[in-house]
Design a protein around this ligand. Structure first.
Ligand code: SF4
Ligand code: SF4
Length: 387
């Protein structure tokens, strides 16, 4: 998608330094230095200014603080349009690769704002392994709990209200779920506050928040100018947008199903399992199918895509979350399908293991991207509304 001014700055211009120094010392992060170098070239060039919100935000600045760069990196939705359009991409000697530079910097922002601080680094390096290992460990803990409970109860068929609690007592389920989810919410909230402050802080206006939620809810920017993003190569497509929508709304529907089930159980005394036409089951089924379809589609795009503008060293974090979401949805749907059979006890333990693993890893994996991107969109709308 070309910009309105097709003329780049002169190619005979001297390239900016690849290593940035401030106050006589090298910046601590190569990702920050590369993002700054690239933004300074882009700010002189501006060929891509109509591509995405990053460029209008960039044009408001003459210099880029670390916080500005973290904000711009999280405003980027990795459409790769600027990579395919860039006159200074390899083999040009400047070797610009804005999508990769921003992807690497985004990972740094996740790690540097994680709470407690050190834990972010673990998922940055090997998200897939850690997520799956955690899922297996948690499943093992749940299975052990069930085994300790009663072998006969575990292998029996259960029906009627309270059938799940006959296998895993409500106190164990609620205690583990509440603790891990509470931890995730607290850690993500503290990380989000740290990111917001580092990128400039300030009040969040209702208008900016509304506009940001609208953009995020529709994954508006993944639609590009109407023809989508460069999902695989230089051709445009809407696959990534559609799969993102399926995954995001699938996750939210599953969350809504859990809330509905909790209200029905503890508000009205109607204990699970519920009928196929009940609110929690309808929401959970639709959400599970959406999650599975979205994550499978994003997996497929990841493996088909041109790797040149990708930060492939960070794929473990991306794929780890996709795998965990997919397996959580799969085991949830399997539990639903076989809940009245003797397999229910094992399926319940395995599903709860994946749910708990998801909660525990939420603040230390790719899921934080949703929060930081929303905050970046809020800042973007606030800036644009103030112009
Ligand atoms: S990505 Fe390349 S073409 Fe686009 S604004 Fe930056 S330097 Fe110019
Ligand atoms: S990859 Fe897409 S969203 Fe990111 S800076 Fe380039 S054009 Fe903008």
């Amino acid at each position: 998608m070309p910009g309105t001014d097709p003329r780049p700055p002169s190619a005979t211009q001297s390239p900016p330094p690849a290593v940035v120094r401030e106050g006589g010392r090298t910046l601590p992060s190569p990702a920050l230095a590369e993002a700054r170098r690239t933004m300074e070239i882009c700010n002189a060039c501006r060929y891509c200014e109509s591509f995405c919100p990053v460029f209008p935000a960039m044009e408001l600045r003459r210099a880029f603080s670390d916080g500005d760069l973290g904000y711009l990196a999280n405003l980027c939705h990795n459409c790769k349009g600027c990579w395919h359009a860039c006159q200074y991409a390899p083999p040009h000697e400047w070797g610009l690769n804005l999508p990769r530079a921003f992807a690497e910097l985004r990972a740094e922002t996740y790690a540097s704002h994680a709470w407690p601080r050190g834990l972010g680094r673990v998922f940055e390096r090997n998200g897939m392994v850690v997520s799956l290992a955690t899922a297996l460990c948690l499943a093992a803990v749940m299975i052990l709990t069930v085994l300790l409970q009663d072998q006969a109860t575990l292998s029996a068929s259960h029906g009627g209200p309270g059938a799940f609690y006959a296998v895993i007592p409500w106190g164990v389920m609620a205690g583990l779920g509440g603790l891990t989810f509470g931890w995730a919410v607290l850690a993500m909230a503290l990380g989000a506050r740290s990111f917001w402050r580092a990128s400039g802080g300030g009040a969040i206006s209702r208008a900016a928040l509304r506009a940001a939620l609208r953009d995020a809810g529709q994954t508006r920017h993944l639609g590009g100018g109407g023809e989508g993003c460069n999902d695989i190569d230089e051709r445009f497509g809407m696959g990534r947008r559609h799969f993102h929508l399926a995954m995001m709304w699938g996750f939210l529907l599953c969350f809504a199903a859990t809330i509905a089930g909790t209200v029905m159980d503890h508000g009205f005394g109607w204990a699970a399992p519920y009928s196929w036409y009940s609110v929690p089951v309808v929401l959970g089924t639709a959400g599970g199918i959406g999650l599975m379809a979205g994550t499978a589609g994003l997996f497929a795009i990841k493996f088909a895509t041109d790797r040149a503008p990708e930060a492939t060293g960070l794929w473990g974090m991306d794929l780890g979350l996709l795998a965990l979401l997919h397996l959580t949805a799969l085991t949830g749907l399997a539990l639903l399908a076989w809940r009245h059979t003797p397999a229910m006890g094992w399926l319940l333990a395995i599903h709860l293991g994946f749910v708990l693993a998801l909660f525990v890893t939420l603040p230390y994996g790719k899921m934080v991207h949703g929060v930081y991107r929303l905050l970046a969109l809020v800042r973007h709308h606030r800036e644009q509304q103030a112009r």
